[in-house]
Design a protein around this ligand. Structure first.
Ligand SMILES: O=C(O)Cc1cc(O)ccc1O
Ligand SMILES: [Fe+2]
Length: 433
């Protein structure tokens, strides 16, 4: 079903009329279903921000054994385990696992800041997996997951229905929603988790009513249920940055009908309508914001999800690639496929980079020399590529795993040969270089 923040209604066609008419809590639900509400905001949240979904299910979610703490693998929210490091960081593509592991076992925290207890912060993960979560689902009490597949398709079953998410698409699974991920073969991607709020579309300001990620391109699954008794179905819960497991004797995907506006969704990045300068100068990358999770300070994001899609580049008298900069925000970047314009070598699909708050970065030597001398014809750029940035106002720390895995020790070298062109006697020196 298409739309962002819609009030949806959905019934599995095997149970027509399962949704109660005109009320949420009939004395007895049709088909002997139970009614259950999943809240995505405080009951009292402003109406335009209020999120909740009513689920009509075979059994209420509460039927399970007590949760016990289980191994959390490489998942951590301990941001003090590694000495702070303000250096530019780049990772070679993260390796696929040698042993069999599923989506939950394959979650590895790269960096983050803040705390789900006080509900302020973010965590960035890669997931590296190769087997389905069989009779096992996850729900996250800490925050919302924005999942960016890089290699391999994710077949995701949620309480609200099923969705297939391929590289160049993203999906969002919000706090509390139970989901199970089926994969075939080597599967890799990135996750941005936000602890504080939900993702929203950026306001468009003078752009107008249309553009960037359009609401109708967000897709939400339709109701689908299975009435399946299972010897031992495992519910995994991420809570305070730890994993807990409980069991139950049936599939949790037993929702025959639901209605509401608290839903999982996916989005195909090729639907992004990019806006950019058609005169001169390099516009800030905020023009490419797909989704944003706002902080309490207007205009400042806990995290933005920004992409660098294939597009036309037409600016005149302009150094067109990203400028050199030092940013008061943290920039984590990943590459889904192809090459990133500011660094054609060294930054590879399935790898990543982190430029922390005020850490200088920008085009490498090759990019600077090329773009300073290029003829400025209209040009299609970033064709056959898709890179993205998780940009955050928080100051992130890396985890021990990320500090010791695939780090490119030579990253800083890409800027060292940048030449001095300055000539105080010749204002036009640069033009002759
Ligand atoms: O650092 C980066 O490569 C990301 C980025 C891109 C851009 O076009 C402008 C600023 C910026 O941080
Ligand atoms: Fe940057």
């Amino acid at each position: 079903m298409s739309g962002f923040n819609n009030e949806f209604t959905s019934e599995d066609p095997r149970c027509p009329g399962a949704l109660p008419e005109g009320q949420n809590n009939p004395q007895k639900c049709e088909y002997g279903l139970y009614a259950e509400q999943l809240s995505g905001t405080a009951f009292t949240a402003m109406r335009h921000e209020n999120r909740r979904t009513w689920l009509y299910r075979i059994r209420p979610s509460v039927i399970h054994t007590p949760f016990q703490k289980v191994d959390k693998g490489l998942l951590t929210h301990d941001w003090d385990a590694v000495e702070p490091n303000p250096n530019q960081l780049r990772w070679h593509p993260f390796d696929f696992p040698e042993k069999k592991q599923d989506f939950v076992q394959g979650l590895a925290t790269v960096c983050g800041a803040g705390d789900p207890k006080s509900r302020n912060g973010i965590a960035i993960y890669v997931y590296l997996c190769n087997k389905p979560m069989e009779d096992k689902c996850l729900y996250n009490s800490d925050g919302d997951f924005l999942i960016v597949p890089q290699e391999g398709t994710l077949n995701i079953t949620t309480e609200m229905g099923r969705m297939m998410v391929e590289p160049n698409e993203i999906c969002v699974i919000q706090r509390g929603m139970r989901f199970s991920v089926d994969v075939k073969g080597n599967t890799r991607g990135y996750i941005l988790e936000v602890f504080s709020d939900h993702f929203q579309l950026p306001t468009l300001g003078p752009i107008g009513a249309n553009g960037l990620a359009n609401p109708r391109d967000f897709l939400t699954p339709v109701a689908w249920y299975e009435d399946r008794e299972v010897n031992e179905y495992t519910l995994v819960n991420k809570y305070h940055g730890h994993l807990f497991a409980a069991t139950q004797g049936h599939s949790p995907f037993d929702v025959a009908a639901w209605h509401g506006n608290y839903v999982p969704y996916k989005y195909n990045l090729s639907n992004f309508m990019a806006v950019n300068s058609v005169t001169f100068d390099h516009a800030d990358p905020s023009i490419f914001t797909v989704l944003t999770c706002p902080s309490l300070k207007p205009g400042v994001a806990i995290a933005d999800f920004v992409i660098f899609p294939p597009r036309w580049s037409v600016q005149e008298k302009t150094f067109r690639p990203p400028y050199y900069h030092r940013n008061c925000m943290s920039e984590f970047m990943g590459l889904i496929y192809g090459k990133y314009e500011a660094k054609e070598e060294g930054f590879r699909p399935g790898g990543a980079s982190l430029h922390s708050i005020m850490t200088p970065h920008g085009p490498d030597l090759e990019c600077f020399e090329k773009a300073s001398n290029a003829s400025l014809k209209a040009e299609k750029i970033a064709e056959g590529t898709m890179s993205f940035m998780f940009e955050s106002s928080l100051s992130m720390a890396v985890t021990p795993w990320a500090n010791n895995t695939k780090v490119d020790p030579n990253y800083f070298k890409c800027w060292q040969p940048l030449r001095k062109y300055f000539n105080s006697n010749n204002k036009d020196a640069a033009k002759k270089k």
